[in-house]
Design a protein around this ligand. Sequence first.
Ligand SMILES: [Zn+2]
Ligand SMILES: [Zn+2]
Length: 146
Amino acid sequence: MEKMIEERRRSFQDKCLENGLKITPQRMAIYDELVGAKDHPCVDDLYRRVRKALPNISFDTVYRTLLSFSDAGIVRVVEGYGELKRFDPDTENHHHLRCLRCQKIIDFSNSTYDALKVPTEFDGEFTIVNKRVVLEGICKECSKKK
Ligand SMILES: [Zn+2]
Ligand SMILES: [Zn+2]
């Protein structure tokens, strides 16, 4: 876990350099909050967490920073249906379980899903840049509360 975070931090710095993003204390603090997050936080969640370290930061700054991270390939924006965007510090290919009640998103790996073939009817019609399987349902905690 620690090692993975170290690697992500290093690649964060590389990608900032590559994309001409200066590594400011604000960007660093926002990334620090996100890097170890397992819950695919939305901008609201991150704003609340970052404010503990930087009480004067604005919501807008956090939002714009996250979008610039996403443009630079530092984070991924993951599926949200009409709700706030959610951010994922894991840019490697992986899949998601998503709870339809509490909106929790859980990561998982599966080699069968990784190997899914794109239907040939999309050839020349649509360039696939990312394949992710999202399994939707009800998590254990939510199924206990009725
Ligand atoms: Zn749930
Ligand atoms: Zn994820």
